[in-house]
Design a protein. Structure first.
Length: 95
């Protein structure tokens, strides 16, 4: 969270990115964000399973199935860093 936008993008260069509209991201549940709005997970059931097993992080903080995205979650006012398991990272850019 303390990285500048340039440093953040340099550190996560090559990480898959997805663009999602702001009103969609703030009005969707985590399962939809991770499986419908992006393809972090291939299905809603896979997203649900991973969230329930505590295997998903938002900005390096573990999240649960009932997490809602808020303005305070945005890095540099437009990025979300999703971690799936230990080594798979994804960036969601809020448009």
């Amino acid at each position: 969270a303390s990285l500048s936008e340039k440093d953040f993008l340099n550190v996560f260069e090559g990480v898959p990115t997805y663009e999602v509209l702001e009103d969609v991201i703030f009005n969707s549940d985590m399962i939809d964000v991770l499986s419908v709005q992006t393809s972090v997970f291939n299905s809603k059931s896979e997203a649900r399973r991973m969230l329930e097993s505590n295997s998903v992080s938002l900005n390096k903080v573990k999240i649960t199935i009932d997490k809602k995205i808020e303005n305070k979650d945005l890095l540099n006012d437009k990025y979300l860093l999703i971690q799936k398991g230990k080594k798979n990272y994804f960036i969601i850019i809020i448009k």
